[in-house]
Write a protein that binds this ligand. Structure first.
Ligand code: ZN
Ligand code: ZN
Length: 287
């Protein structure tokens, strides 16, 4: 292209390239034959990219970015650079339900893949709640949450608290929730866990129907047996009786929250959890 002008396409740019706008056919950072205003040819790719990134960061609606892709092939190609997707503004990602389509989903996916947390959140919510893709949606929400996206953190908490996504004992949900990477325990949790351990309070994996002696739990406050969260890195103890929920499969583990249940399932309980009827069977055989 050096030293000569590029031939204009006989079609206006938008027509010449509209077919490519969503097909992913245009290579990245590659000048393609076809339309495009001549002045654009004088600008190096990295400068155009910088402009596009700025545009993406300040775009006020999804159509701002999509129209870039429709303008010409070169912008379409450069507009597909990860740098542009990563910088896409929240407003440019605020897609409307009425305009939901495969290309729009692909656009959000590209932004999410480029590390755009807002895109992870939006696509995660849409997949989880609207498209019924629970594990894929939860994984995206977890990615946004880990990146510090506040709304994603809250949404994951809601999902875990409600056990959204299936039956109470749905393993799929646990698998989805278990995508949360286990953070290093907070000093406060370490303190609480050590506190109870030093007082002989353990998260007893007690068989249903067989009451553990009160002494074994170190419970001496006379208020009945308050249970410790079975997730060893949690350290929370019930503040009133029956506050925590039992594992619905074995009934032997107790959890302060869905988050702890999910983390403990991944860490240990998956190998320990034995369905309740087998406990009862074993108890029957022992008699
Ligand atoms: Zn807990
Ligand atoms: Zn269990």
């Amino acid at each position: 292209m050096v030293g000569q002008k590029r031939k204009r396409s006989s079609l206006p740019p938008q027509y010449a390239t509209a077919g490519d706008c969503c097909g992913g056919g245009g290579g990245r950072r590659k000048r393609l034959a076809g339309g495009g205003p001549d002045y654009l040819d004088e600008l190096p790719d990295d400068l155009v990219l910088a402009v596009l990134s700025k545009l993406a960061a300040s775009a006020s609606s999804p159509s701002d970015l999509l129209s870039v892709h429709l303008t010409c092939k070169r912008l379409n190609g450069l507009g597909r650079h990860d740098m542009v997707f990563a910088k896409a503004s929240p407003a440019s990602l605020a897609v409307k339900a009425a305009s939901w389509s495969e290309p729009v989903q692909r656009f959000l996916k590209l932004c999410a893949d480029a590390g755009n947390l807002e895109a992870c959140y939006i696509l995660g919510m849409i997949r989880f709640y609207c498209l019924g893709n629970r594990s894929g949606g939860a994984a995206l929400l977890a990615r946004a949450a880990v990146g510090g996206h506040a709304a994603a953190l809250y949404s994951l908490a809601v999902i875990q608290f409600n056990g959204s996504g299936g039956a109470k004992s749905d393993r799929d949900l646990r698998a989805g929730a278990a995508l949360l990477p286990e953070a290093e325990p907070h000093p406060a949790n370490l303190f609480m866990a050590d506190w109870w351990a030093s007082r002989g309070v353990q998260a007893t994996a007690k068989k249903p129907g067989l009451e553990a002696p009160a002494a074994a739990t170190g419970d001496s406050d006379g208020g009945g047996e308050l249970r410790l969260c079975s997730h060893v890195r949690c350290g929370r103890r019930e503040t009133r009786r029956h506050e925590f929920r039992r594992c619905s499969v074995c009934g032997a583990a107790n959890y302060c929250s869905r988050a702890c249940q999910a983390l403990d399932w991944k860490r240990a309980h998956k190998a320990q959890c034995v369905p309740m009827d087998r406990w009862l069977l074993a108890a029957g055989e022992a008699q």
